[in-house]
Design a protein around this ligand. Sequence first.
Ligand code: AMP
Length: 282
Amino acid sequence: MLVTESIDEIRNTVRLWKREKLKVGFVPTMGALHEGHLSLIRQAKKKADRVVISIFVNPEQFGAGEDYEEYPRKLEEDLKLCRKIRAAAVFTPETSVMYPGEKVFTIDIKDLDKHMCGASRPGFFQGIVLVVNKLFNIIEPDIAVFGQKDIQQYLILKQMVKEFNHGVKLEMGQIVRANDGLALSSRNAYLSNEERLKAPSLYRSLTYIEKQIKDGVDQPSLLIEHQKNELEAKGFKIDYINMFSMDKIVPVERLEKEGNYILAGAVYLGETRLIDNILIEL
Ligand code: AMP
């Protein structure tokens, strides 16, 4: 397995593979790999002959006061996992390699980051679009796999690929959960034992709302308010829980008889931000 910090080395390696007509899959990550990341890598391996993983904690997607410094960094363990799963290459650039100098251009994403996680994390999705744009230009993969856990990221990147004509096909990987339902996340490492026991309540609330919707509730706002109150009573601080349209990522009050919706939530347990979502097709 190639492990490299160098843009030229990863680029040349991928170009050689492509010359041999090998299909290249790509899974971008910020490291501290867990079973969620590994499931994306397995998905990429099914579709591609060679899979590249990037491990880069992208400073551009952290706001002031967020956890850039504390974010878990476990490169040696990550590389062991990548070897075990038989990744072909891991790209681990330094920040100075990804951002060597003055940045003149910014990418405006208009309304796609007005709601959901974008509303409370200004600049977050701009930072993601910036880094993934660079990574796609460096690696030029045939396919790239992103997790449903970050559904807004996936939808924004889909639009980016379409508008900027990146020659990559995006795939979405399902959310991998712990046995008690908590979506796996590198940030779960921040949770105290007590918080970890409470954390699956977010998913439980979402599944409860989902069931009511499947049973016919078409205006779920009261139901959602009730679940928010229950979570608050358990000690969660709510950022948002809401239904969003799948195409525009805007909140929806009344559900149509047929449509694709995202039931999504973000909450804080202590300092830790947890996100989760369920896709609902009516
Ligand atoms: P991150 O390292 O948090 O930037 O995540 C890298 C990729 O892994 C993103 O596409 C995430 O959506 C995906 N991911 C994170 N957690 C999970 C999970 N529990 N299940 C599936 N994919 C995940």
